[in-house]
Write a protein that binds this ligand. Structure first.
Ligand SMILES: Cc1cc2nc3c(=O)[nH]c(=O)nc-3n(C[C@H](O)[C@H](O)[C@H](O)COP(=O)(O)OP(=O)(O)OC[C@H]3O[C@@H](n4cnc5c(N)ncnc54)[C@H](O)[C@@H]3O)c2cc1C
Length: 311
């Protein structure tokens, strides 16, 4: 028999921790349908989650389909390797550090005027334009007055702040075996830290010999004020959490942080309306495409899959 509150504990310590880990969000405010479409589909198709998990496994077995096992990966020199790798395969060089001055639709094509530092004004024309900046930036793009007006009326999903803090310790400073992916802290614990990943366990070359590296995620929807841009304040927040959870003693031998004031868009109960607005704009302005973590899922893999689905 299950303990009386097993379902509540599963929700609080399993599902809610996962939601906080992926969205840095408030589980009560997110839309299951859009934030976790696979779970929603399972429920729709089989009537309940448990029946769905069993049914899916049975259907897979019948069709001879093997289970998709996701892997955790990173790049030796950081995620910028992915961007530089993609840029290296493009026909034309990627331009950065330029100021766009106009984006206009001319004779069925999109035309972007831009200014390089100390350079002449330039213009590039293409049948499609893909907007990948965060939603709150859309009204600032130099589209014509009518499109700018419509973009300013799009209901921007709320973005929550997160600060990632990388700490390095001598191995003997950490009592925990660090034998796993890391820890997720459920919102029920009212902790300003969302979770800690064991970077030096997950990936090689993340810490020198005899040392370990941990990445902590601070802030999120339920503790936005904790996501500050100040190392010593962050260490004050982290120290008791790392000590209690992992038996960390003393100060880190290395600490660096990255502050994301608008880290992750929340797929809340207004998300269906937001997606409808985006689809309407794309239909009204042929060749205009919006892509990014605001639709199709916030994970890097989700963003890549959305992009591959380009018409
Ligand atoms: C702290 C944190 C940890 C995460 N961890 C993971 C993880 O472990 N695994 C995972 O799969 N996903 C993770 N994610 C999610 C994932 O990394 C992001 O959702 C994804 O990278 C977003 O991609 P994007 O192209 O939509 O946005 P971004 O990568 O943010 O790209 C938007 C671009 O727009 C540019 N931009 C913004 N304003 C302007 C402007 N005015 N003019 C020109 N350019 C502008 C920005 O510089 C940026 O390059 C994490 C996210 C965060 C914040």
């Amino acid at each position: 028999m299950f303990p009386a509150d097993w379902a509540g504990n599963f929700l609080d310590y399993g599902i809610a921790a996962l939601v906080a880990g992926i969205y840095a969000g408030n589980p009560d405010a997110l839309s299951l349908r859009y934030a976790f479409p696979k779970v929603w589909n399972l429920e729709q198709r089989y009537g309940s989650l448990i029946r769905g998990s069993i049914g899916l496994a049975r259907d897979r077995k019948r069709s001879g389909q093997t289970k998709f096992s996701p892997i955790i990966l990173s790049h030796r020199d950081g995620l910028s390797s992915l961007v530089h790798g993609l840029a290296g395969h493009l026909q034309n060089p990627v331009l950065t550090g330029v100021q766009m001055t106009e984006i206009a639709r001319i004779d069925g094509h999109w035309s972007v005027a831009y200014q390089q530092t100390q350079g002449l004004p330039m213009r590039v024309t293409a049948p499609r334009i893909v907007v990948t900046v965060p939603v709150h930036i859309w009204p600032k793009l130099p589209f014509d007055a009518e499109l700018s007006r419509q973009l300013s009326q799009v209901t921007c999903p709320p973005y929550v702040p997160v600060t990632t803090v990388f700490t390095g310790f001598k191995r003997e400073q950490v009592a925990h075996a660090l034998n796993g992916f890391g820890v997720l802290i459920p919102p029920r614990e009212h902790c300003p830290v969302l979770g800690v990943s064991f970077n030096s366990t997950l990936f090689p070359n993340r810490a020198p010999n005899g040392c370990v590296g941990l990445t902590s995620f601070v802030g999120g929807a339920l503790s936005p004020d904790a996501a500050v841009d100040d190392s010593s304040q962050l260490w004050q927040t982290l120290q008791p959490v790392l000590r209690n959870l992992l038996g960390v003693q003393g100060a880190p031998v290395f600490l660096d942080h990255c502050h994301w004031p608008k880290a992750i868009p929340q797929y809340d109960l207004n998300h269906a309306g937001f997606l409808r607005q985006v689809a309407a704009l794309e239909a009204q302005f042929p060749g205009l495409i919006f892509l990014g973590n605001f639709k199709g899922g916030p994970g890097l893999n989700d963003c890549i899959f959305s992009a591959i689905g380009l018409p």
